[in-house]
Write a protein that binds this ligand. Structure first.
Ligand code: ZN
Length: 323
C-alpha cells in the first residue's frame, strides 16, 4: 500500500448517565467538549466528542451515553485501556487532582521511560494517563483547573487485549502498514506513521481475562486517521482486496468513516481528518449547542425532547479563545 496510516483518530466508548460523563471528561481529565450531537444511528441519544481546542484527530474521545445502560465486561477482543499523553513528571499532580474529585487513581507503571496512572471513569472505563520522556509537541487545551504544565496533549495509545496476538499484530503490520517498535513481556507496541504519542497501539496477549462484552464502560471501536476521503477510498479498496469485510464510506458530518473488524475481535474504523468540528459552529462555541446533521435537522424538536439537557462547565468556552 502506498499510503501510510498516521495514527489514532478517535476512540469511541459507551457510557451511562451523560452528565457524569461530561463532568468526568471536562472537569476530571480537562478535555474540551468539541461537539454535542446525537448518535446518527440512534438519534434519541447523545454522541459527545471531547478533544483539544479544535478537536484535532488524535486527541478525540467520543461517547454514546445511554442512561441506565447495562455494564459491559472489559476483556479479550476489546480496546481495554485508552491512554492519554501528559508531560513527564506530572503524574503526582494528576493523582492529587483526580483523588480530590473522588476518583481512585493508581500508578500502574513507574518505569523511568514511561509512568502510567490508571483511573476508572464513572462507568468503569479504564483510562490511563501516561507520562513519557518522549517529546509530545501538541498544544494542550488548558484551563484554570488544568494548567498547561500538566494538561493532556492528546491520545497516547490504545491498549488492545486479545487471546491470539499474532493475528492482531499481523493485520496492523501487514494490512495497515504499521510497525512493531517494542516488546515488553506480553505487550507488543505498534507504531503508525512517525510513531510517538497518538500513533501507538499496545497489543496485550492474555488468556486469563474474560471475554469482553460491549456495553456500558467499554470501548466500542477505535479509529485510525487518514487525511481525506480520496485516501480513505484507496484504503477501502485495498482492505477489501485483502479479504476484509469493510463497510461503505459513511458520512459522520465531521469526517467520513469505514469500519471493519480485526481477527482479535476489535472493531476498527478509518476516519478522515476533514472536514473537522468547525464545519457547523465557530471554534469559540464548540460544544455549546446541540448540533444535528442536515438529514436530522427536520426532527430537531423531537430529538431535543428525548435527550436531557446537559450542564457544560463554563471553562469549555473561555472568553477570548484564539484558535
Ligand atoms: Zn468512530
Amino acid at each position: 500500500m502506498n499510503v501510510q496510516p498516521q495514527g489514532l483518530h478517535h476512540v469511541t466508548a459507551i457510557a451511562g448517565e451523560p452528565q457524569k460523563n461530561v463532568d468526568f471528561y471536562i472537569t476530571g481529565l480537562g478535555l474540551r467538549l468539541v461537539k454535542k450531537t446525537v448518535n446518527f444511528d440512534d438519534p434519541g441519544t447523545y454522541h459527545l466528542y471531547y478533544g483539544d481546542a479544535s478537536g484535532q484527530p488524535g486527541t478525540l474521545m467520543t461517547f454514546f451515553p445511554w442512561r441506565g445502560v447495562k455494564p459491559g465486561v472489559v476483556g479479550a477482543g476489546q480496546s481495554t485501556q485508552t491512554a492519554f499523553s501528559v508531560p513527564a513528571g506530572s503524574l503526582g499532580w494528576w493523582r492529587e487532582h483526580l483523588t480530590g474529585l473522588g476518583f481512585e487513581p493508581r500508578i500502574t507503571s513507574t518505569s523511568s521511560s514511561e509512568e502510567r496512572l490508571l483511573v476508572m471513569d464513572p462507568d468503569g472505563l479504564q483510562i490511563e494517563i501516561v507520562a513519557t520522556n518522549e517529546d509530545d509537541p501538541r498544544n494542550p487545551w488548558e484551563s484554570a483547573l488544568h494548567p498547561a504544565d500538566y494538561a493532556i496533549r492528546g491520545q497516547h495509545s490504545s491498549v488492545l487485549t486479545v487471546r491470539d496476538p499474532e493475528r492482531t499484530i499481523g493485520l496492523l503490520v501487514n494490512d495497515l502498514g504499521m510497525r512493531v517498535v517494542e516488546e515488553m513481556g506480553n505487550r507488543t507496541r505498534i507504531a503508525a506513521g512517525e510513531g510517538g504519542p497518538g500513533a501507538l497501539i499496545d497489543v496485550v496477549a492474555s488468556s486469563l481475562v474474560p471475554q469482553g462484552l460491549t456495553a456500558g464502560g467499554t470501548v466500542h471501536h477505535i479509529a485510525f486517521r487518514v487525511p481525506d476521503q480520496a485516501t480513505q477510498a484507496i484504503w477501502r479498496e485495498e482492505l477489501v482486496s485483502r479479504g476484509h469485510a469493510v463497510t461503505e464510506i459513511l458520512d459522520r458530518n465531521y469526517f467520513t468513516s469505514i469500519y471493519f473488524r480485526e481477527p482479535g475481535g476489535v472493531l476498527y474504523e478509518i476516519a478522515t481528518d476533514t472536514p473537522g468540528f468547525d464545519v457547523d459552529e465557530p471554534l469559540l462555541e464548540l460544544g455549546r449547542s446541540l448540533k444535528l446533521p442536515p438529514w436530522l435537522e427536520p426532527s430537531r424538536e423531537a430529538i431535543e425532547a428525548r435527550v436531557a439537557p446537559l450542564s457544560v462547565p463554563s471553562s469549555n468556552n473561555p472568553e477570548g479563545l484564539v484558535a
